[in-house]
Design a protein around this ligand. Structure first.
Ligand code: ATP
Length: 450
């Protein structure tokens, strides 16, 4: 594997320079914990979401989608346990005013109430709820208390009955959702890794009690295979099983898939066996019968177990950028042009799939290139670039991960052929324009990560 040289600083700088991700409210000095996705970032984010959605719904016959509201009845969060338990233990240093998560400080220092940074005195540990509160309705006296959802999963659980009834779903089946979630995170570092506003891609799979272990293993395999399809370095992924002290009180078993980011191995997604906790709690708090009636088995009734796969979309985008990033030596002339920065993003995810480049603006080449772009537009996201030396234009597209550059030159005028440059190998093929759509289609289909 080539040395990638990806550091968080380089990723942040590329993301900003090329319009993937900007700091929120930058002209006002920025808003911590929030980021804006620029023209290329939103394309990449949408494509990752689409890739996941296809994997979960189109390729699994027994999974349907949902898009639930961010604002939910406040009782949902009592039933889910978030009001009571969704807390981080925090301490402040009275001297340097820094805030820390108590569970991340050396226990001896915590016992002595000694700041890990300046040695000053720490406050007592306080429990801090991560849910954002706001107010619905005209009066702000607490009666309209409402939360911004800290996870998308609850929107699925509360719709369990609706979906069984409206879509005649039979267990086992799943419900998938992509959407925003909000957490009042105190430590938001590492760019978009941990933010206060983020997006999740969650799937909740409902099974008969007793089948849960089998489906837990099944989903662990499926989720691992997903990352291979995504074309990332599989040797940078690993499993982390939750030990007894990490396991949520309702969970029977839990694994995280971790990725080796520039700052080390970190959680990418969780696969959890949540037992029948969620639906039991919602049944108890709502007073509605949430049992499943198994009509194929003498109307047996039970509260299903849930296997959850919970991934961060925005975190996965950061992973894709880090994994794709490479600085490559491509020549030996002793100047800046010896190196290129390239993003080896899977062609199905790349913000621009095909760049169309006339070798020269003049002699009708630009017009020819525009015609070819027009032809490709319907099927692919395209870009047109006619400014600067062709080598520079290739480099610009390497840097944003464009997998194919189609170049129109003087020979095109004679025999209707163009060159297609492959981002990863930099090799060029000469193709007849009529064969171009099929050529690109088969390249994308057979794409293998170098
Ligand atoms: P942590 O312990 O790191 O706070 P968690 O275990 O609470 O995270 P989950 O509640 O399991 O995380 O969330 C599922 C997924 O959602 C995570 O694997 C991650 O990809 C994503 N995620 C969670 N919190 C954030 C956040 N603050 N910013 C970005 N993504 C997040």
């Amino acid at each position: 594997m080539p040395e990638s040289n990806a550091t968080m600083d380089k990723i942040v700088s590329l993301a900003k320079r090329r319009g993937f991700v900007f700091q929120s409210s930058e002209i006002y000095g920025g808003q911590a914990g929030a980021w804006d996705y620029g023209p290329l970032g939103v394309e990449l984010k949408n494509r990752i979401a689409r890739f996941w959605w296809k994997e979960m719904t189109q390729l699994h016959d027994d999974i349907v989608g949902i898009d639930a509201a961010i604002l939910m009845h406040p009782r949902v969060w009592e039933a889910s346990g978030h009001v009571e338990n969704f807390t981080d233990p925090l301490v402040d240093c009275k001297k340097c005013k820094q805030r820390f998560r108590a569970d991340q400080i050396d226990p001896e220092k915590l016992a002595r109430k000694e700041c890990p940074d300046c040695g000053g005195e720490l406050t007592d540990t306080r429990k801090f709820n991560l849910m954002f509160k706001t107010n619905i309705g005209p009066v702000d006296d607490g009666s309209g208390l409402i939360y911004l959802r800290p996870e998308t999963a609850q929107g699925i659980y509360v719709n369990f009955r609706n979906i069984v009834q409206s879509n005649r779903m039979k267990i086992p089946f799943g419900i998938a959702q992509v959407g925003k979630a909000f957490r009042n995170e105190i430590v938001t570092k590492n760019f978009i890794f941990r933010t206060c506003e983020f997006e999740q891609m969650e799937m909740q799979y409902f099974v008969k009690p007793g089948d849960d272990e089998k489906y837990f293993e099944y989903w662990r395999e499926q989720r691992w295979a997903y990352y291979a399809k995504l074309g990332v370095h599989m040797d940078k992924l690993r499993w982390h099983r939750h030990g007894p002290d990490e396991l949520a009180h309702y969970a029977k078993d839990a694994y995280d898939i971790e990725y080796e980011f520039p700052m080390g191995f970190k959680e990418l997604e969780g696969v959890h066996n949540r037992t029948n906790y969620d639906l039991s709690r919602h049944q108890q708090f709502s007073g509605k019968d949430l049992q499943y009636i198994d009509q194929d088995n003498g109307n047996e009734r039970y509260i299903p177990y849930i296997i959850e796969t919970s991934a961060g979309l925005t975190r996965q985008l950061l992973m894709v950028l880090c994994d794709a990033y490479e600085e490559q030596k491509v020549a030996d002339k002793g100047n800046d042009d010896d190196f290129r920065t390239v993003l080896h993003i899977h062609p199905s995810l790349a913000p621009v799939t095909v760049a169309v480049l006339p070798l020269m603006k003049k002699d009708g080449l630009a017009e020819l290139a525009q015609d070819i772009r027009q032809e490709l537009k319907e099927e692919y996201s395209t870009d047109y670039d006619q400014s600067g030396a062709i080598g520079r234009r290739y480099r610009r597209h390497d840097e944003i991960g464009t997998p194919y550059c189609v170049t129109i030159d003087y020979q095109t005028k004679e025999d209707n052929t163009v060159t297609v440059r492959d981002r990863d190998s930099m090799a060029q093929d000469r193709i007849h324009t009529t064969a171009l759509p099929e050529y690109l289609r088969s390249k994308i289909k057979s794409y293998k990560r170098v």
